[in-house]
Design a protein around this ligand. Structure first.
Ligand SMILES: Cc1cc2nc3c(=O)[nH]c(=O)nc-3n(C[C@H](O)[C@H](O)[C@H](O)COP(=O)(O)OP(=O)(O)OC[C@H]3O[C@@H](n4cnc5c(N)ncnc54)[C@H](O)[C@@H]3O)c2cc1C
Length: 393
């Protein structure tokens, strides 16, 4: 019997993890994407994008063999979280409250990409350096005019997925009219391996712990704020940005971590809520090509890794008389992802809406609610398990 072939379009984190997982599960798989280009970082310089990985993602990457390829000194375990409302709302979550040692791990995108790429090379996964252009009757057409055969095409080509549009997969996108601004900061006081998040009427500020530097303790900032405010900030020169961080974000954090100082160039991204039907005959989507959520819960990549784990499980468990690209096989994948994707969308979107409203009774209720949650061990255990990816929130 002919071995079926799978083509993964996209060489980001989702594409690389998919190809590696499928290869390790015994499938014939290759990647179609532009050449992997690592970002050159000076000593003590950290990749601008970092991820808070759940325990479920950490275990999956461990099984893929990629976790152990990352430098341990670049991985920061997070032992707890402090969440602040815009009034006096406050919730503290500690890993030990749910008998865990670590809540999440902060890893740099570049470090994870390097580990996944290295593992793909160890397993000799072919990488076609080209771009997906269209679907054909039995494979894909690349931008340079090659045809590549494939029984299943996996779209891991990000939020603007061309695979998704060529396969006519239904897709909805809702802009938040907010941008996410990311940068690394030096802080005055030690972060104590805690993650901090402040919810205000018009923004969410997250400070995630990173390794200490020669200039002092360091955090990664993810500041989701109104698009105009983010653009005004990005238009400032470096010293004005520095002042802005100290003044505005210093006041917002009530100097919880002492003085804040920018140590990297900030980047801004528009934030959207996106969902898709995830499959078509011979096509499945994973990662941002399939869905996108608000970064306030830091769950986008965790959700994408969950897709990949499920897709591999469905393909491994299918009866041998069914093809990898068959609609009823892919339908099992789509159904299995419905609930976790919906749950994450509801949590992130719900939190965004709850904190975006300025209506006085709701603003009061959310702060009272936070204080209440802080006093209820059962709910706290539930939230901690959610952060670990153990339940669908
Ligand atoms: C501000 C911010 C903070 C975030 N923080 C977190 C966090 O803390 N934790 C978390 O889990 N998630 C987080 N996320 C979400 C996370 O960044 C994404 O979910 C993740 O990067 C998506 O990876 P991906 O591989 O699906 O897509 P991408 O990273 O977009 O990769 C797509 C790949 O496809 C390739 N490609 C594009 N077009 C083609 C084509 N035609 N043919 C072939 N290849 C193509 C591209 O070159 C690229 O390599 C955050 C997002 C934002 C915006």
């Amino acid at each position: 019997m002919k071995t079926e072939s799978i083509l993964v379009c996209g060489g980001g984190l989702a594409g690389m993890a998919t190809a590696l997982g499928l290869k390790k599960a015994g499938f014939e798989v290759s990647v179609l994407a532009p050449a992997y280009q690592p970002m050159a970082l000076a000593e003590q310089q950290y990749h601008p994008r970092v991820y808070a990985l759940s325990a479920a993602s950490q275990q999956f990457l461990e099984r893929l063999g990629a976790w152990g390829l990352m430098r341990s000194e670049r991985i920061t375990p997070v032992n707890g979280m402090e969440l602040y409302g815009d009034g006096d709302g406050f919730v503290q979550l500690d890993a030990w409250q749910n008998a865990q040692t670590t809540l999440t791990w902060i890893v740099e995108s570049g470090e994870l990409e390097r580990a996944l790429y290295q593992a793909l090379q160890v397993f000799s996964v072919p990488w076609h350096q080209d771009l997906f252009a269209d679907l054909t009757a039995n494979g894909v057409l690349t931008q340079s005019g090659q045809t590549l055969p494939a029984d299943l095409v996996i779209g891991a080509d990000g939020a603007r997925s061309l695979v998704r549009s060529k396969a006519h997969i239904e897709h909805h996108s809702t802009p938040y009219h907010h941008d996410g601004v990311v940068a690394h900061l030096n802080i005055e006081l030690p972060h104590q391996n805690m993650a901090y998040q402040w919810f205000t009427g018009d923004s969410v500020l997250a400070l995630l712990p990173l390794p200490d530097t020669n200039e002092g303790p360091q955090v990664s900032m993810v500041w989701s704020t109104q698009a105009q405010q983010a653009q005004d900030f990005m238009a400032l020169d470096e010293s004005a940005q520095q002042q802005h961080i100290q003044r505005l974000l210093g006041a917002l954090t009530q100097h919880r971590l002492g003085k804040l100082r920018l140590r990297s160039k900030p980047f801004a991204f528009p934030l959207t809520l996106e969902r898709s039907a995830m499959i078509a005959p011979r096509v499945a989507l994973v990662g941002d090509a399939a869905h996108r959520v608000h970064p306030l819960a830091g769950q986008g990549l965790n959700l994408g890794l969950g897709d990949i784990e499920e897709l591999i499980r469905v393909l491994q468990d299918k009866p041998s008389y069914q093809s990898v690209g068959e609609q009823r096989v892919l339908e099992r994948y789509r159904r299995a992802r419905l609930e976790p994707v919906l749950a994450m969308r509801l949590v992130t979107h719900g939190l965004h809406q709850l904190f975006a409203t300025q209506v006085a009774p709701i603003a009061l209720a959310r702060n009272v609610g936070m204080k209440l949650v802080d006093k209820l061990p059962f709910i706290k255990r539930h939230l901690i398990a959610g952060a670990a990816g153990k339940i669908g929130f």
